[in-house]
Ligand binder design. Structure first.
Ligand code: NAD
Length: 234
């Protein structure tokens, strides 16, 4: 029987969430069997070059991804995290996920490192559509008529510096850092794990598998996210 971890004993807590968090909801992870990039070539659907060559085709692909995500529902772990966050004044959530599943369960996400499937942006005018989990009204910028692209970090894109800076600040002051469902193989996001350790946070990993960063954690719980989040923390 594992002793529960009392989050109130830590003045600042960061949950660092990856695709494994959504796996039990039915959203495919990036790696492994069923992973989306084993079925599609990212060069055709998920980079600026593809969008420039065929904006409608790339937007259609993302519409299909949104529809797939909407058939999935948050699981008990998502709701448990929302409850833990509501009870702690400084429980921050930083995610690599783009699916909006945490928000659908009522989690406040402080930083979406790789953006969101649910926002569209104009290269010149910034975010122009934020559908939360609904339909977009237009594929064109209302100000300049340019094609809007999903506000996500595609392959070959630079990351959003503002979002990474905010995440870095939260992690640098965290007393407890809990990684959930990330392979720690996608950079630069994976750099946040050694950053948390250098900053002196207590380090906990939740993942059924060992990861490239497991040696940086004091405790690794080989549990699925739903079980870990509903049993390990109070
Ligand atoms: P990843 O796919 O590289 O790794 C997923 C990790 O989750 C693996 O280590 C796996 O062992 C673990 N896992 C699987 N089932 C789990 C469960 N039930 N509970 C806990 N852990 C579980 O994911 P990543 O590290 O987040 O990197 C993927 C990148 O691709 C991210 O940058 C992200 O932007 C993007 N992506 C996002 C989504 C999404 O939004 N849901 C899905 C796929 C990819």
């Amino acid at each position: 029987m594992t002793n529960t971890i009392k989050l109130a004993e830590f003045s600042s807590v960061v949950f660092f969430v990856g695709a494994g968090m959504s796996a039990e909801s039915g959203v495919p992870t990036y790696r492994g069997a069923g992973g989306i990039w084993t079925q599609y070539r990212y060069q055709d659907f998920a980079c600026q070059r593809a969008f420039d060559a065929d904006p409608q085709g790339v937007l259609d692909f993302h519409e299909v991804r949104r529809e797939a995500v909407l058939t999935c529902k948050p699981h008990a772990g998502h709701y448990a995290l929302a409850k833990l966050q509501a009870a702690h004044p400084r429980l921050h959530v930083i995610t690599q996920n783009i699916d909006g599943m945490l928000q659908r369960a009522g989690v406040h996400v402080d930083a979406e490192l790789h953006g969101s499937l649910w926002r569209m942006r104009c290269a010149k005018h910034g975010i122009r559509e934020d559908a939360a989990t609904g339909q977009f009204s237009t594929r064109r910028c209302p100000d300049c008529d340019a094609w809007l692209r999903p506000d996500i970090t595609w392959f070959e894109d630079a990351v959003n510096e503002d979002v990474f800076t905010k995440a870095g600040e939260l992690i640098a002051t965290a007393e407890l850092f809990i990684s959930v469902g990330t392979s720690a193989a996608v950079y630069p996001a994976a750099n946040f794990i050694p950053l948390a350790r250098r900053a002196g946070a207590r380090m906990i990993e939740i993942n059924p598998e060992r990861t490239e960063a497991s040696t940086l954690f004091e405790r690794c719980y080989a549990l699925p996210a739903s079980e870990a989040l509903t049993t390990l923390f109070v």
